[in-house]
Design a protein around this ligand. Structure first.
Ligand code: SPV
Ligand code: MG
Length: 290
């Protein structure tokens, strides 16, 4: 069974797929351990992990390799953030073929022009492509997928670009008409009002996906009340948790002049061995090393 089918089964069973962002196989494993339904292979997180801005600098190959590793290690459906599709519809044909082959369950493609600028930055350059051009990219994604269950999520950045509710709805409808399986609408307003107004006005048949980073008042319970949401993405909490924890630990070691003060706050070496599968290595040594 393909990963897209698994994703669709979770959606059918639970009515909502809850995805946690990850930037590495280890963070994807921890998200799986915590009980999330899916992994968000976030472009922002991977860019941050490389220490570069999320402005189409990380290559498709880098993101694809990480997606493949996260698929392998997490065992969960992976929703790949392919940004703009790495170019035009021709690039999308190639990207979708590669991501499906890497084991992703879904791709999310946004209607900004390449190179893109990260969405949540204040005063960011948010250039959009024409509706018809993006419909061509959705068509290319549909054509390239082998498995019809591979999920194609069309993401509109109309609200991020300040184009307003009508433009967001117009684009979402056009993308559904072009064959998208789901519509992601992103907002960087500090309250859920803008998104809730969009969801209330949404008259399409396909579910909506949300990334409520800017408006953390949006809980799972609230999302369920809105009814039309199929995918909820916690967008960047793995990398932010990692940054916070490392900063705190490093500062404490510098301050104490040693590691004695941090031991109780960080994972033990044994915990990391467990994540790496060292007990299996020991078992295999007993069995095979003669
Ligand atoms: C990402 O996580 O890469 C996203 C979500 O696309 S956001 O950064 O909020 O645009
Ligand atoms: Mg992104």
């Amino acid at each position: 069974m393909g990963a897209g089918t698994t994703f669709r089964q979770v959606l059918a069973r639970k009515g909502l797929v809850e995805a946690m962002a990850a930037h590495s196989p280890l963070s994807a494993m921890l998200a799986a351990e915590a009980g999330f339904d899916a992994i968000w292979a976030s472009g922002f997180e991977l860019s941050a992990m490389y220490g570069v801005p999320d402005v189409s600098i990380v290559s498709m190959t880098q993101h694809l390799d990480m997606t493949r590793a996260m698929v392998e290690r997490s065992g969960l459906p992976v929703v790949a953030d392919i940004d703009t599709g790495f170019g035009n519809a021709i690039n999308v044909l190639h990207a979708v073929e590669q991501y499906e082959r890497a084991g992703a369950a879904a791709i999310v493609m946004e209607d900004k022009s390449f190179p893109k600028v990260t969405s949540l930055i204040a005063g960011g350059r948010q250039d959009m492509v024409r509706v018809e051009e993006f419909q061509g990219k959705i068509d290319a994604a549909r054509t390239a997928r082998r498995d019809r269950d591979f999920v194609i999520v069309a993401r509109t950045e109309a609200l991020i670009a300040g184009l307003g509710q009508e433009e967001a709805l117009k684009r979402a409808r056009a993308y559904e008409a072009a064959g998208a399986d789901m519509i992601l609408v992103h907002s960087r307003q500090k309250t859920p009002d803008e998104i809730e107004a969009f969801v209330q006005a949404w008259d399409g048949a396909v579910p909506v996906a949300l990334v409520p980073t800017a408006y953390p008042q949006m809980t799972v319970a609230r999302v369920r009340e809105l009814k039309k949401i199929g995918l909820l993405i916690w967008g960047n909490h793995a990398i932010r948790a990692a940054v916070g924890a490392m900063r705190k630990t490093f500062a404490r070691i510098r301050q104490d002049g040693g590691i004695h003060g941090v031991e109780s706050d960080i994972a033990t070496v044994d915990e990391v061995f467990e994540l790496q599968g060292m007990s299996k290595v020991k078992e295999n040594e007993r069995r095979f090393l003669r």
